[in-house]
Structures are given as structure tokens and as C-alpha cells.
Design a protein around this ligand. Structure first.
Ligand code: CA
Length: 315
């Protein structure tokens, strides 16, 4: 009988100490009675996008990026392999009916929360239009909500011209009575990227706006710490809405609305870590990644890294 020297039929060719727990090893599909630290849901919907977008593919590429990250943090000298992510899957949207799809997203986020199986939630878009049904669901389930929005744009277009789009979620929330202007913080608003009337609307509604110039001056982490402290005294729960186009085009090329002069990937990760350390922060969405426009999934990988900062930021 021939004995193989190096072949191991049916086994992968890896050294024993090569095995590393990756973050995707911590994903468990939802089953009745399951408990975990993080609930994950995909809202694969980008039909509300003003520009052509396949952001509906991003839940798949962001989940896939989790296999690039180990669960061990050298900075904190901590292994997070025990942190369970309960994956609720992706919402089945309607192929043509936009309002029906937004209703399905709203119902599904609510149903996920009603299972009461997780402490915190991550919502993967989709374009920014998905934040309207998602934040609404959190407000209905947890009471007064405060939102920190990382974004190059205000997203407060009027609803009369084009209905609900990825340019209207925060106006929809404010005018629907789900969010107070004073409870919304916009960080990373980029110069020459917004019309004056939207700037004026934010002033009128008392929205806190931090431009890139403010970030240069004060630092994004101190801005986030100050606003989390202020919001936590006013609201029951805090929701982070991360539009990846807040990040400079050099770090996030896979967004439909790329632009120069945005924050760095380090600033994004540091600011999410700062926000996630507060106990009132219950949820984060990540939106506006179009994998068809991305390069080597750079933007989805950054989203994966942002998920880690959110999941482990309070641990
Ligand atoms: Ca946006």
C-alpha cells in the first residue's frame, strides 16, 4: 500500500496553527430562541436611488468581507470569538413597487427587534432610502431616537418633487414625526456637494451639522463624544447611520456619489468606536455601497471593519 507523504485526501492543506477564528465564523442564522450580542439584517434595496445604483448587492459583499478579519484585537489584547452575530438574512423586496418594498423593510426590521434576541443591531443597505423605514422601526420599538448621520450630504430633499428617494430619508423622518431636528447630528457634510436650500432646512429644523472644516478644526472623535453626550440626555436610544460616501473617494471608491475631501478610513473607524462605546447606541446602518462600482471590494471591506468597531466598541 502506498502511503501518502504530503497528501491528506478530504482535508484542507493547512497547518494546525494556521487556523484563526474569522468574524464570519461568528455568524449564526436566526433560529427561534437564539440569543446573541448583535442582530444582523440586510435591506437589499436601491430602487430609491436618484443615481443608478446596485447598492442592493452590498449586504452580500459586506458579509463576505467578514472573512478577511480575525476576531482578535491586538490593540485591546482581546479575542472576540465569543461575540455571536445572529443573522436574520435579507428582506425580500418587491421587484417594482417602491412603497411596498419600503413597507416590507419597515416590517422586517420591527420583526427582528420583536424577537428580542440581541442587544444591538446592524442594518446593511441598500441605498440611504432604507434608513427611513429602519429608523422609524427603531423609534417605534425603543421610543425617542437620536441619530448620528455620517454623510457628505444632508439628505433632506423635499418629498414633492420625486417621492421618497435616497435624498429624502431624514426629511421623511422629521416630517413624519419620527425624529426631532434637534435629535439629528450630521457629520462630514462636504463643501460644494449640497444646495443652499438644504443647508437652510437644517438650520430651520435645528439639526446639528458638522462640515469637513469642523472636523479638521475639532477632530471627529471629540465631535462624536460631545454629541453622544448631548443626545444621551435627550433620547431613549441612539442610531448611527453611516453613508459610506462620507469617506473620501480614495478610501471608498464604491459609492455612487464619490468625492474628494472626505474623511479617511481611520477617522471613520475611530469615530464609530467612540460612538459605539455608549450604552444608548442600539443600532447602526451602513448604506450607499455599490459593489459594481467598487475596486477589489475596498468599500465593502471598510464597511466590514466599521461593523467590527461597532460590535466590539463597548467591550
Ligand atoms: Ca446620504
Amino acid at each position: 500500500m502506498v502511503k501518502f507523504s504530503y497528501l491528506q485526501p478530504g482535508k484542507p492543506a493547512v497547518f494546525k496553527d494556521q487556523h484563526v477564528t474569522k468574524v464570519n465564523d461568528c455568524l449564526y442564522p436566526f433560529a427561534e430562541g437564539a440569543k446573541g450580542e448583535i442582530g444582523l439584517i440586510g435591506l437589499p434595496f436601491s430602487k430609491t436611488s436618484i443615481s443608478l445604483s446596485q447598492a442592493s448587492d452590498a449586504p452580500r459583499t459586506i458579509r463576505a468581507s467578514l472573512s478577511s478579519f480575525s476576531t482578535f484585537s491586538g490593540e485591546k489584547e482581546e479575542d472576540y470569538e465569543g461575540v455571536r452575530i445572529i443573522d436574520f438574512g435579507d428582506v425580500l423586496t418587491h421587484p417594482t413597487d417602491m412603497e411596498e418594498s419600503l413597507d416590507r423593510l419597515h416590517i422586517s426590521v420591527k420583526e427582528m427587534i420583536e424577537k428580542n434576541s440581541c442587544d444591538r443591531y446592524i442594518v446593511l443597505g441598500g441605498d440611504h432610502g432604507v434608513s427611513y423605514p429602519s429608523i422609524r422601526a427603531f423609534q417605534e420599538m425603543f421610543g425617542t431616537v437620536g441619530v448620528i448621520q455620517w454623510d457628505a450630504h444632508h439628505d433632506v430633499r423635499n418629498l414633492e418633487d420625486g417621492g421618497r428617494t435616497n435624498g429624502t430619508p431624514f426629511r421623511s423622518l422629521i416630517e413624519g414625526g419620527y425624529l426631532e431636528g434637534e435629535h439629528l447630528v450630521q457629520v462630514g457634510i462636504r463643501d460644494f456637494a449640497n444646495a443652499r436650500r438644504y443647508h437652510d432646512y437644517t438650520k430651520e429644523k435645528g439639526i446639528s451639522v458638522y462640515t469637513m472644516a469642523d472636523i479638521e478644526l475639532d477632530g471627529i472623535v471629540s465631535i462624536i463624544n460631545k454629541e453622544i453626550d448631548r443626545l444621551s440626555k435627550l433620547v431613549d436610544t441612539i442610531y448611527l447611520s453611516v453613508d459610506m460616501d462620507v469617506v473620501d473617494q480614495a478610501f471608498a471608491p464604491g459609492c455612487p456619489a464619490i468625492g474628494p475631501g472626505g474623511i479617511t478610513s481611520r477617522e471613520l473607524l475611530a469615530s464609530i468606536t467612540a460612538a459605539a462605546s455608549h450604552e444608548k447606541v442600539k443600532a447602526m446602518d451602513i448604506v450607499e455601497i455599490d459593489p459594481s462600482k467598487d475596486f477589489r471590494d475596498l468599500t465593502s471591506r471598510l464597511a466590514g471593519a466599521a461593523m467590527l468597531r461597532f460590535m466590539y466598541g463597548n467591550k
